[in-house]
Design a protein. Sequence first.
Length: 69
Amino acid sequence: MGNTIVKRTTLIVRDIEKSRAWYEQVLEMNAYYDDEVVLSGTGMAAGKKGDKTHLVILKCNDPVIGMIG
């Protein structure tokens, strides 16, 4: 089996600020998207309609390696 490249994945974390700082400092990722959103009840891995969540998408400085959000 050859090398596998992860293009995009989703992580659900308890502390977005702590997690974001780690990815920015250790992996040198940058924020692509950062906003608080109200969930519609569809399309999200956790939460129910009307719940508020803080959504951050981080991007690598590389054209091949993708995003985490």
